[in-house]
Structures are given as C-alpha cells and as structure tokens.
Design a protein around this ligand. Structure first.
Ligand code: LLP
Length: 437
C-alpha cells in the first residue's frame, strides 16, 4: 500500500486489492450494509478519547478535563462511548442535548454552547440537568437568570470570551478574533463588562471563562497564546473584582490529517506544552490554579471514520475532464463545497491497480457544485459497481449531512474487534416523507 494512502494506521489492503478499514474488508461491509455507508472504528475513537483524557490528567492532575465536542459527530452511541471513557461532552443545541440525555449520558458532565440560546433551549437544558452553560452575550445572561429564578435553581455558567487570536485556519471556523460573532472581546472592554454584570445575578454562578479560537488548528502556539491572554484576563478580574476563576476552558482540539500533506500531531506532547505554559502563567500571575478544560471534536472522531460509495458512471470528456460519479455526494459530505476541504479518496476494490486517471469525484445531486473532490488519481479500469472510499470522514460529515434532493442519509456502522454493528440506521423513504402532512 502506498504511503500517501495510509494517512491513519487503521487503513490497509488485502492481497485481492480490497481496502481494509480497522482490519475489516470494505467490500464485505458494503455488501452487508449497502452504500453510501459511514463506517466508524470504535477502538480509534476510544483511543483518541483516552489520549486526551490521559494528556490532560498528566498535564494538570485532577485539574485537567476533556469535553468531547459532539457537534463533530452526534448520535447516541458516541455519548455512550464518552461516558464509558469518563469524559464530558460539549453540546450546542436541544438536539444534541436530547441525544446525550436519551443515551443516558451523565448530564452534569455536559457543557452547553451556542451564540444564541432561545428561552426554549435554556428551559430544556435546565430540565435535562445540563452541567454548565457557556454564555455568549448579555441578553442570554438575563434570560438564564430569569428562567433559573423561575425554576428555583442556581445555574453554573462560564462566559465565552474572545481572546483576539488568529488561529490561521479557514475563515468559516475562525472564531477567536475580536470581530467574531461569538463571545465578548477582551480588547473592547466588553469581556470585563459582562463579567461584572454576571456577578450581580443571584441565580447564576459564574465558574469561569471559555474561549475557542478555531478548528483544524495545527499550530500549537495558538493554545499557548490563548492561555496567555486568558490567564492575564483571569488575573485582571481577580485584581479588579476579586473574582476567583474556578474553570478555564481553552476550546476545541488539534487538527487532523485529511491527506498525506497534513502534518501528524502528537496530541500528548502538545498538551504537555500547554500544561507547562498554563502552570507557569498561573505562578507568574500569582492566582489560584483553575480547572482546565479542552473540547476536542474533530481529532476524536475524524480518522475513525470512512465513507464508502459505489461508483455509478465514469464520464470522460475528451480534452476536458473525467468524472467519477458516486451514490452519495454533498448530502453526506458538504465539506468540499463549503470549505474546499481536501480528502484522500481511494479505489476500495482496485487498490492494487495503477492510478493513471485524473478525475473529479462527484455526487448525485442535481447541481454541478456537488463535488466531493477534484483532481483525484484513480485507476483507468474503474467500472460501475466499484467502491470508492473517502477517508477521514468521521468528523462533521454525518453531523452535517442533509436530505437535499430528498436523498436519505446513510447509516453509521461501528467496527469493533472484527465485528460490526449499526449505530444509526439508514434513512428510508418513509423517514423522508414522515413529517409531510
Ligand atoms: N468548542 C467549540 C466552542 C467549538 O466551536 C468547536 C468547533 C469545538 C470545540 C471543536 O473543535 P474541533 O476540535 O472539532 O476542531 N463544520 C466545520 C467545523 C466547525 C467547527 C465549529 N466549532 C468543518 O467541517 O470543518
């Protein structure tokens, strides 16, 4: 198998040229479950959860915590895995809260984000016993105070702060700059104002601060810079308001390899570095050590996932282009059309064949923009019925899938110890028309 194919250890190939994922034969899985098909390697997910949990524990002892950012992949089984691995979760909507709740997840270990929580969201989150709210703005603060009073509870919260850091990632996921739609900026004085305001409420307990600068971040400096800015802010609030920060959440996790060109990140080593920096900063500012949280999503599930498609047609337009059409597309993976995201695509049933043909792998939606990837190398011998695999689709694929063109969403099948089981069923035409009156 070529090095550029093996972007994660759980990819292999057998002597018949069939792709193996988590040691299992892709063609057999496609036969059993049909395509398009989301596969997820359970051991890989657990391994990543453990890497973060151990990394945070080694760096901060009992003060280090991990929240899986479940927007990356949200279905009941994922919350069960997080519960079994002893980590918390970040949820961003009533849908994610309901999924965690119905999976039996310990709700006190959930952290509720979003830049615009409706009164209904706030009520539902409180009724489900969400542990902590990450509050984005003043309006939300007033609403939480009022609903908490109505319910006779004191709601723990963190305030979302914008540290003003550029994470050098793609614009759509860049959230830590001063002009972001998220949080309150330190630079403009609004972070201090909202902190002061929060401390006047009696049904809200301010536990600390949250920041998140961006996603698909490779540069470990970004977290060190965030820590520096946030701890200086914490020290400032301690000095000015006498407020002792119990919790500091540094946001999402590290970037992942979509292609062989992406770097490989040593998560444990990076967390160690963050740990040292945070401890030095806390000592330098002479403040009590807060509990430190990280919220990885992508790097927990991305390379645990793979999508299998069946090829329909190979259209050659002489002098122009070749198109390989598959039975999925932007409905199960909108990331190329949204962000130009790169992926590694493999001829899963012809892995030993020469790849001499440049083609665009496209979906089956009725629009030209429905492209999974451009300029992919594939064998000239590809035929209708061959399988095409798209690697590293575990994060933000199932969770961003849609029913555009009324196409049913694929199932999620988990792989574990040479066996497989369905975590999310394939949608049917019944499901598609279920809500139509
Ligand atoms: N915490 C917060 C507050 C976040 O907004 C995010 C991601 C995370 C944690 C998790 O970050 P991660 O570890 O996954 O990088 N749909 C886009 C990604 C959007 C990310 C939004 N926030 C994509 O497909 O690339």
């Amino acid at each position: 198998m070529r090095n550029t194919d093996r972007i994660c250890e759980n990819i292999g190939v057998n002597e018949d040229g069939i792709l193996l994922f988590a040691g299992q034969n892709a063609a057999d899985l496609a036969n059993q479950y049909g395509t398009p098909l989301f596969l997820m390697d359970e051991d890989r997910i657990r391994d990543r959860m453990q890497t973060y949990a151990k990394g945070m524990k080694d760096a901060f002892g009992d003060y280090g915590h991990v929240l899986y950012a479940s927007k990356a992949a949200s279905f009941k089984r994922i919350y069960e895995l997080a519960a079994e691995e002893g980590i918390g979760v970040d949820v961003v909507s009533c849908g994610e809260i309901a999924t965690a709740y119905r999976a039996g997840f310990p709700m006190e270990k959930t952290c509720f984000h979003s830049n615009n929580k409706t009164d209904e969201d706030i009520r539902y989150a409180m009724e489900c016993g969400v542990g902590v709210f990450v509050v984005d703005n003043c309006e939300e603060l007033f609403a939480i105070e009022e609903i908490a009073r109505e319910k006779g509870i004191v709601q723990p919260i963190l305030l979302r702060i914008t540290p003003g850091i550029d994470p050098h990632t793609y614009a759509a996921v860049n959230t830590g700059m001063v002009d972001s739609k998220f949080g309150s900026a330190i630079e403009t004085g609004q972070a201090e104002q909202i902190t002061k305001l929060t401390l006047t409420f009696s049904n809200i307990k301010l536990q600390g601060f949250h920041c998140h600068v961006g996603s698909q971040v490779f540069d470990s400096d970004v977290y060190l810079q965030s820590a520096e800015v946030m701890i200086a802010f914490i020290a400032d609030m301690y000095e000015k308001l006498g407020f002792v920060t119990e919790k500091l959440d540094l946001g999402g996790g590290y970037g992942v390899r979509y292609t062989a060109d992406d770097p490989q990140i040593d998560i444990a080593a990076n967390i160690r570095q963050v740990g040292q920096t945070v401890k030095d900063l806390v000592a330098r500012h002479n403040i009590p050590m807060p509990h430190i949280y990280m919220e990885p999503g992508r790097s927990i599930v991305a390379d645990a996932g793979m999508t299998l498609y069946t090829m329909g047609s190979l259209k050659r337009i002489p002098g122009y282009k070749n198109y390989v059409s598959v039975d999925g597309g932007m409905t199960d993976n909108p990331r190329y059309i949204l962000y130009g995201s790169r992926y590694t695509l493999l001829p899963a049933t012809q892995m030993l064949a020469e790849r001499t043909m440049v083609c665009d792998v496209v979906g089956r939606c009725c629009e030209s923009g429905d492209v999974i990837q451009e300029n992919v190398m594939m064998p000239d011998t590809l035929m209708r019925g061959d399988l095409i695999a798209c690697l590293t689709t575990g994060a933000y694929n199932y969770s961003m899938a849609s029913n555009y063109n009324r196409i049913p969403r694929p199932p999620v099948v988990m792989l574990k110890n040479g066996t497989s089981y369905v975590a999310v069923k394939r949608e049917t035409l019944e499901d598609i028309t279920r809500l139509d009156v």
